[in-house]
Design a protein around this ligand. Structure first.
Ligand code: FES
Length: 216
């Protein structure tokens, strides 16, 4: 025998009570809302470092002397990593001497810039650490090869950012550099300058088989 039916079974939910169906609907709706919020938060977290890092504007990174105070190896050809905007600041004459087997000491590479100046004749390059293949962050110059080597899929670039090996479609992207009123270098990150086409070989014409590498 079954007992007497409840009020809800006979008449539906009382006024002010929620039916099981609308209760479930609200639970599902809340779940979807929560997932959307998480997605939004994840997207903002992805974008935030770039926004906070100053990409998109003029970034003053100080004079050559300021950089060397923070990172003395810069005068000896090792690029200075400016992390807030994910940049390599390359002291071109020092890096060139390093690759050519000399002992570089270039405390002030000077102020020669401009799109019409060949890469190797510029004082300083601001290379974007975002690999032009699929966007991985490129680590510091590989000590064995003195090339930038992306560890994700093995694209390799000279210290000027010219591509030498791997799946990347071009050389490393860069930003324009100028000198501010205080004599410090200013990087214009409002516009990404597309990397040099494959086959550009200004100097350091070694092939990938000529030396050991950090990436595969
Ligand atoms: S992301 Fe750098 S080689 Fe693929």
């Amino acid at each position: 025998m079954t007992g007497p039916a409840s009020y809800g079974e006979v008449h539906g939910p009382r006024v002010g009570e929620m039916s099981r169906r609308s209760f479930m609907r609200r639970i599902v709706g809340a779940g979807v809302g929560l997932l959307s919020l998480q997605f939004l938060a994840g997207s903002l977290a992805f974008l935030w470092p770039n926004i906070r890092g100053g990409l998109g504007g003029q970034i003053s990174i100080g004079t050559a002397a300021d950089i060397i105070t923070q990172f003395p190896e810069w005068a000896a050809g090792t690029p200075y990593i400016y992390n807030p905007a994910r940049l390599f600041i390359v002291n071109v004459p020092a890096a060139k001497a390093l690759v050519e087997g000399q002992t570089p000491d270039v405390p002030d590479p000077g102020t020669t810039f401009g799109e019409d100046v060949p890469l190797a004749d510029r004082s300083v390059l601001a290379l974007y650490r975002k690999c032009p293949h699929l966007g991985c962050q490129i680590p510091q110059l590989c000590e064995q090869s003195e090339w930038f080597e992306c560890l994700c899929h093995g694209s390799k670039y000279t210290v000027l950012g010219e591509k030498r090996d791997g799946p990347a479609p071009r050389g490393m992207d860069s930003f324009a550099v100028s000198v501010g009123e205080d004599g410090g270098y200013v990087i214009d990150t409002s516009e990404v300058i597309s990397g040099p086409p494959v086959g550009t070989a200004t100097f350091d014409t070694r092939g990938p088989g000529d030396m050991p590498h950090c990436s595969g």
